[in-house]
Design a protein around this ligand. Sequence first.
Ligand code: C2E
Ligand code: MG
Ligand code: MG
Ligand code: MG
Length: 285
Amino acid sequence: HTKNNGRNGYNFFQPSMNTLAQSQLQLNNDLWQALDNDELRLFYQPKYCAPRGPIIGFEALLRWQHPTRGLLTPDKFLPMAEKTGMIVNIGNWVINEACRQLHSWHLQGHPHWSVAVNLSALQFEQCNLVETVTTALTQHQIPAELLTLEVTETTAMRDPEESVRILTELTNMGVKASIDDFGTGYSSLLYLKRLPASELKIDRAFVNELQAKSEDATIVSAIVALAQSLDLKVVAEGVETEEQQAFLTGLGCNSLQGYLLGRPLPPDRIGELPEFVGVLEETAK
Ligand code: C2E
Ligand code: MG
Ligand code: MG
Ligand code: MG
């Protein structure tokens, strides 16, 4: 039997193969097709200067406009792409597409907006990441400072020494680095201090439980204090209520992201964000 399940390859579904394996193979093939057929999309979630604006920039979040299954979120297909390594091809597409969008926003009169892109562990450790980023910035004429690369705490601490090296190379170009999902991994504070990141993102699990669990409020306060003492900006993700917004602002979080302020939207619907709808109403008066 064949194991050729790569690009343009054929899959021979064995009757003995379980349905889970079959659907995984199918998904793998479909995902290669998706890259070729432009079915991948980036949605953009606004990042606000605390407490309620203005918009500083956006986080690019991957979606797959699947021909039969509809719009898929990353949890439906990224784990598979990480297993096969296809995440690197997808990730390169994401970096380029985010820079293209940034250029288009510049032309539309938003030269200060920045964009944050999520990197998978595999992509972060690719030796040609610097080249991919440089090419995308140059091709779309984007100042490096407007691109942030988000790496999860878990990824950054897998091989901390190596992470310091990679992030130093990237930040020397002017690109910014953000430590995502902070609080869920196991940081060595020694390395955290040495990582040339400019920002910590508090994981939304802690933000979520702020009111319900007093220990989560304690953890969030500790993260903010830690970030401040390391001279890092703090972003809170997953802000859904005004109470959370007030609490996080009070602690000194620099920026906020969450459904309360704006959901991830395709670029042609950014104008629906409360900020712009508000502006339109004002000028209509
Ligand atoms: P993340 O980078 O931590 O992104 C935040 C996730 O929380 C996003 O889910 C976002 O839609 C969601 N979110 C934002 N605000 C709220 C809120 O107020 N409430 C709730 N309940 N959720 C909120 P999404 O888009 O499904 O992405 C999930 C994860 O997939 C991301 O977590 C990131 O790790 C990964 N991901 C997304 N896009 C990419 C990509 O282009 N490349 C890579 N490697 N990973 C990506
Ligand atoms: Mg992120
Ligand atoms: Mg996160
Ligand atoms: Mg996350």
